[in-house]
Design a protein around this ligand. Sequence first.
Ligand SMILES: [Zn+2]
Length: 62
Amino acid sequence: MKEIPVLEAFERNSDGMLSAWCSYCVEFHHHGAGEGHRIAHCTNEKSPYKITGYELKKVSKL
Ligand SMILES: [Zn+2]
């Protein structure tokens, strides 16, 4: 099984919804609240995240 990559995410609002920078799409991907494994929101078809998804890990500040 492939290892799941971890993306650093930050809370973008008071509801704790998370956003993470994607270096393959060169944009932020916006997700709901809570850390954990997510289906990739990648628009870059070559992004490896489209296969594995990624894990969101909250950091206090980017
Ligand atoms: Zn992406």
